[in-house]
Design a protein around this ligand. Structure first.
Ligand code: FE
Ligand code: FE
Length: 189
């Protein structure tokens, strides 16, 4: 599917705020790709599609998973919004005809990260956090700068701030975020 068509379809699927965020992530990801010598086209596509399942109802997300044998953890069953990454990756393949595994992985891992991510996966994870529409995250200006210098360092900083924020607000916390953090923090030492 052509990027223009994907964008048109997403404008219909997403609410206004989510669509704005989507464009912010797509262009930020593409700029990070330029900076870090990653395929800019892939970064644009992955950024464009990363939240494609975000505005689907929770029941629908669960039913898509059940129908297509996508595993649901207990935490995800209690907080179905967490499923938008996995469901989004599935939709990217089936509805938007994306066959590139790296793009599909980047969509699937964009909320929690995972150990040993590809450069593209890191870029989408980071772009989701630093895109220009994001305003309240702690230490944002420093992380934005870091992202254009060292992806791993930016990743560690974002994971640390995200875990702290989720703990402070008692929000549901996917153990995968911790595994991702541990992996990258250990590899840095
Ligand atoms: Fe998301
Ligand atoms: Fe997002």
């Amino acid at each position: 599917m052509e990027i223009k068509k994907i964008r048109k379809k997403l404008e219909k699927e997403l609410d206004g705020k989510r669509f704005e965020h989507t464009l912010g992530v797509a262009y930020t990801a593409s700029a990070l790709a330029m900076c870090h010598h990653v395929d800019t086209e892939k970064a644009l596509l992955a950024g464009m599609l990363h939240d494609c399942a975000k505005c689907m109802s929770n029941d629908k997300k669960i039913s898509v998973c059940e129908k297509h044998n996508i595993p649901i953890s207990d935490l995800e069953r209690q907080n179905p919004f967490l499923l938008h990454a996995k469901v989004g990756s599935y939709l990217a393949k089936k509805v938007y005809h994306i066959n590139d595994e790296d793009i599909l992985n980047a969509i699937a891992s964009h909320t929690t990260g995972r150990p040993a991510m590809s450069q593209l996966e890191k870029i989408i994870y980071i772009a989701d956090y630093i895109e220009p529409g994001r305003k309240q995250a702690p230490g944002l200006p420093a992380v934005r700068k870091q992202a254009f210098q060292d992806l791993d360092q930016a990743l560690i900083q974002i994971l640390r701030d995200t875990m702290r924020y989720l703990q402070d607000t008692n929000a549901p916390f996917d153990p995968m975020s911790k595994s991702t953090y541990d992996y990258y923090a250990a590899n840095r030492l």
